[in-house]
Write a protein that binds this ligand. Structure first.
Ligand code: IPD
Ligand code: CA
Ligand code: CA
Length: 271
């Protein structure tokens, strides 16, 4: 998947795109807040648990319009409506216009707009914006990760006993061989705490900020993890799939944490 000749975009271009993406994520966040607590059209998708609302679609349309206007040749892979063809030589945006839809529908404030820009399979830029909480996490390749402009770092916790971990559970859990419930049980008695935030993008952003010590999940999609994974890496953390390999974007499993804890989490996750 990775092509070394295509692994970095020019710094000036990345800085310009970070401005475009941050503004789009914040404006999409305003659209989400306009709908928060006032939803009229909530439907189901892959299962009765998997929801989509008019807010998801409105947020996605705003971001897609901004990206198309700023860089018409870039490709976009968004959760709801837009999936451009895959071409490793073309910069590709992964968008989750509302990560945490279940929280949103239930009036819970943990949800995010998540954006990740990739070239040749290499993450270049990330924005995860939490409109209700009012925090924006950003990163560009090689320049560190930031929360509202201030640098962030992963935690240095070195044992599960010191760790608060987060995970999530797939919507189609009744049909899948691995629902992740068994993995949850493998950590339950050994960690300081477990959290189920309800947004993988937030989980990853919180790992990047050292608020959570680690995160794993199965059966996620590229739009769920594309932005957050770069935040973790740029904050000094490690991101792999559950086999310890690099196939976390489309491979169906992800483990993210500070370097000292990563192997202790990874070796317990079965997928
Ligand atoms: C979901 C969230 C959740 C995760 C689910 C995702 P959505 O995304 O990230 O935390 O456990 O598997 O699908 O549907 O709210 O965009
Ligand atoms: Ca999502
Ligand atoms: Ca979503």
């Amino acid at each position: 998947m990775m092509d070394p000749s295509l692994d970095a975009m020019a710094r000036g271009e990345l800085d310009a795109l970070l401005e475009v993406a941050t503004a789009a994520a914040r404006d999409a966040g305003e659209v989400l807040l306009d709908h928060f607590g006032r939803l009229r059209d909530v439907r189901t998708k892959s299962s009765a648990r998997d929801l989509v609302s008019e807010a998801d679609v409105a947020s996605e349309r705003l971001i897609v319009e901004r990206l198309r206007a700023a860089r018409p040749k870039h490709h976009i892979e968004a959760e709801e409506e837009v999936k451009d063809r895959v071409d490793p030589r073309t910069p590709r945006w992964f968008l989750d216009p509302l990560d945490g839809t279940t929280n949103f529908v239930h009036g819970l404030p943990i949800f995010a707009v998540s954006m990740g820009l990739y070239l040749g399979g290499v993450p270049q830029l990330a924005v995860v914006h939490l409109p209700r909480i009012g925090e924006t996490f950003t990163a560009t390749l090689g320049s560190g990760a930031f929360l509202d402009g201030a640098p962030i770092q992963v935690s240095c916790a070195g044992s599960l006993g010191q760790a608060v971990l987060a995970t999530g559970f797939p919507y189609r859990r009744n049909e899948l061989e691995h629902s992740n419930l068994e993995n949850f049980g493998r950590f339950f008695y050994d960690v300081r705490g477990m959290r189920r935030m309800g947004s993988a993008a937030v989980d990853l952003a919180y790992v990047a900020a050292g608020r959570l010590d680690g995160f794993w999940e199965l059966h996620l999609s590229p739009h769920d993890v594309a932005g957050g994974a770069l935040l973790v890496r740029e904050a000094g953390g490690v991101v792999t799939d559950a086999h310890g390999d690099d196939d976390w974007l489309r491979g169906g499993s992800i483990v993210a944490s500070g370097p000292a804890l990563h192997e202790a989490i990874r070796e317990r996750v079965v997928c």
